[in-house]
Design a protein around this ligand. Sequence first.
Ligand SMILES: [Zn+2]
Length: 462
Amino acid sequence: MLKTQGEVIVESLGAAETVTGSKHLLRTPELAVLIDCGLFQGHKELRQRNWAKLPVDVSEIDVMVLTHAHLDHCGYIPLLVKSGYKGKIYCTPPTKDLAQMILLDSAKIQEEDAERANIGKYASHDPALPLYTVDDAQKSFESFVTIDHNVITKLSNNISFQFIRNGHILGSCFVDMVCFGKKIVFSGDIGRYNSGFLANPEFIDAADFLFLESTYGDRLHDKEDPSVPLGKDIGATLARSGNVLIPAFAVGRAQEVMKILSELEEAGTIPANTPIYLDSPMAAKATDILSRYSDWHIISADMIERMHKNVIVSQDFGETHKIIFDKHPKVVIASSGMLTGGRVLEYLKFWGPNANNTILLMGYQGEGTTGRDLEDGKKEAKVHGQWITVNAQVLQISGLSAHGDQGEMMQWLNGFKTKPQKIFLIHGEEGSMEVFKQKIETDLHITVQIMPPAEPVQLFKI
Ligand SMILES: [Zn+2]
């Protein structure tokens, strides 16, 4: 039984001690509510966790609430529905559009990877199977129900919630819940202040319990405007006839990078006729979704038009090789952002060995990913089962992360007029969470607990 008797419990089914696979189960006497349902990403041991059955009977989960469309928060939804989940999946309108696009793409990649592994015979399972199919993803879409931000939705007699915008990606929100008279807030991923792309994370006045992400709990981003290093690094690479590869999440970063590159080209910081490619059909679709939801971001319609004008969008996989082997120095944005799959790997395979080229890492690189290896200075990478040497210059531009850093998260925490009674840290790597815990306890005098994996924690008795 997931419903409880006389108590409210939260259980982490993922993303307690790691930054992917976010799934938090709120168990009450009235409902069992799942907040997010993400895929584990990163090294093999993490990815294999996606194959393990969830430790609960999913048919007993009553409701799901989705904070945003990143795969590590929504990527398990098709399997949840396939395993018997019958409830609604609440999210904001942009999140629905983005999540459905991402899930279809994820299913397609998994089908293709399984097929490629079977042909190449490099799978650890024989035959290799997709985690879920395009058909599974489509079936799960019937459960999505959209709700705008700041609209209170009653889930049962004693449980209601609203979405509050948190500035992380288009459509992303905090989940602000009232549960048997107590306020419980789930942060999702917290975005940036003054990003020039989305409005700042909104303050919440009060909470009893806060489940807080801690991806950058131990770090501060560069204060420098990211367009400065971006312009400098791209300029230097183009001057030596090299190519620039920018791995970027298809949703969020890709559009922000497009905007900055467009501005740099208009300002003459990078030569006006430099070809800039966005080689990701999904990022192209995400840009269309951006145009549809003008109330959800702060980029002008004119800027979106200029982004489209200055950046060539490549839809067709056949074009990737044409772009790779074309002799003109160029800039390419391709996903995935942590080089865990997708077209970016094709560029890495051919451009990685050349020392004239540059790989610009933008966002968080999860442990065990090729992106993290490159960030750590590793000179080789495995692409589709084969090792390649990486001589290209690898640089990091931390100012473009979609996650708030320690300072920004503290800024947001300072906005509470009534401080949370307790904060549970989730969605971070171990070292980072320890540092963040100390910081919050010292500066704000709030009790902090690092959320244990797969262990029920009682919030209060009723
Ligand atoms: Zn995210």
